[in-house]
Design a protein around this ligand. Structure first.
Ligand SMILES: [Ca+2]
Ligand SMILES: [Ca+2]
Length: 386
């Protein structure tokens, strides 16, 4: 005991000689500025996603950017939904007037039966009400709020910037570009026209445009100076903490259509990142690509229930060493915006002990330039605590 006391005392003395900042300071962002907090689909941990009310809450919670995911209506109006399928986030299935609109379509190669935004006019979409997408989150706002158009989100960001005196940025995602193009509803030009009308055309404008596909980002690169972000997806995380792949989450869907065999992980190698830097300003990786988490496998070959609650989930995983993705992306001149931070204790690896702040801290320490959170208040608090 004496020995360890002496050791720890001398270690303490050695550390005391160091400037405190040298010990705990996170790696710098590419710009050296504070990381951005993006309200993911609004403040979707608290409110139904992609509603004006949800975006307003994210702004109240001091998110720097709000994130509208974009899909097209039948009459070519951009509305905000996470996907063309409407049943997961609206009351469409409870509306007898639209019962016959349920149909099967192929979405990124997958047969999908649902109601699709592209089969509804804007007037019809406006009859629907939003609902919370996660069954384990607050359902009390269901049925109250309308589906906004993209224009309404632009107008909100402008009005709230004026009201608050802060710049509220927007971070639109072009959803399923190949799918929309096949329907004659490609909307890249429309998106740029709307942003231009809002006065946003420059690299310094408070806008990022994101996509999981590559072709539409390359197209946009030729037409705009606005910042572009290549999203990088995956299917799942395996027992060892590595991202696993299965279609359609194995590669950008335009790669799949063109027979390009490169996968999402291939895009995060130093070479892959250099390629992205030829047409985008940043990369938006699913966060297990930065810090994975592994299961503990028992002698029976099954994952162990670390917290003994009878279920196997995120809480039974242990984080592994961080990857080099942030460092390699910065070396390629790319910013890194990671997603999605979901602050509920049940969605955190065991290392974080149910404390979302610990997870934010671990990622911010890598030098990420921004992150998407369903709980912007918690993300802002963690960022400001740095
Ligand atoms: Ca999104
Ligand atoms: Ca468990």
């Amino acid at each position: 005991m004496t020995r360890s006391f002496l050791l720890s005392t001398s270690l303490f003395a050695a550390l005391a000689l160091q400037p405190v900042a040298a010990i705990a300071q996170p790696a710098p962002t590419l710009s050296g500025q504070k990381p951005l907090i993006v309200g993911h689909r609004g403040a979707s941990g608290y409110m139904p996603e992609h509603t004006i009310e949800g975006y307003k809450l994210a702004i109240e919670q001091r998110a720097d950017f709000i994130e509208p995911d974009l899909v097209s209506t039948k009459d070519g109006v951009l509305v905000v939904r996470h996907e063309p399928m409407l049943s997961g986030t609206t009351d469409v299935a409870q509306r007898p007037e639209f019962a016959n609109r349920k149909t099967m379509r192929k979405v990124d190669g997958i047969d999908t039966t649902d109601w699709f935004a592209n089969d509804f006019t804007l007037a019809e979409i406006k009859m629907l009400k939003a609902k919370q997408a996660f069954a384990d989150r607050d359902q009390s706002h269901n049925g109250k709020y309308a589906i906004p158009t993209f224009q309404e989100v632009i107008d909100l960001a402008k009005a709230e910037s004026t009201r608050t005196g802060r710049t509220i940025g927007i971070y639109p995602e072009t959803k399923h570009p190949t799918y929309h193009a096949a329907l004659g509803l490609a909307f890249e030009d429309k998106l740029l026209d709307m942003l231009k009308a809002a006065g946003w055309t420059e690299k310094t404008s408070p806008v990022f445009i994101q996509s999981f596909e590559t072709g539409n980002l390359k197209y946009l690169r030729k037409k705009t100076q606005l910042r572009l972000v290549q999203l990088v997806d995956g299917d799942d995380v395996d027992k060892d903490g590595k991202v696993s792949l299965a279609a359609p989450f194995d590669r950008p869907y335009d790669f799949a259509v063109l027979g390009d065999k490169r996968t999402f992980p291939d895009m995060l190698t130093p070479e892959g990142l250099k390629e992205i830097a030829t047409y985008a300003d940043g990369v938006g990786p699913w966060k297990p690509y930065l810090i994975g988490s592994r299961q503990t496998i028992g002698t029976d070959g099954k994952p162990r229930d670390l917290n003994g609650d009878g279920a196997i989930d995120e809480r039974d995983r242990t984080v592994i060493a961080p990857s080099n993705v942030v460092k390699d992306a910065h070396a390629a001149g790319l910013i890194v915006h990671a997603w999605t931070f979901r602050s509920e204790p049940k969605r955190l690896a065991s290392d974080y002990k149910g404390d979302a702040a610990a997870e934010y801290k671990a990622y911010l320490a890598l030098g990420i330039d921004g992150l998407f959170s369903d709980f912007p208040d918690q993300a802002v608090k963690a960022r400001n605590a740095q």
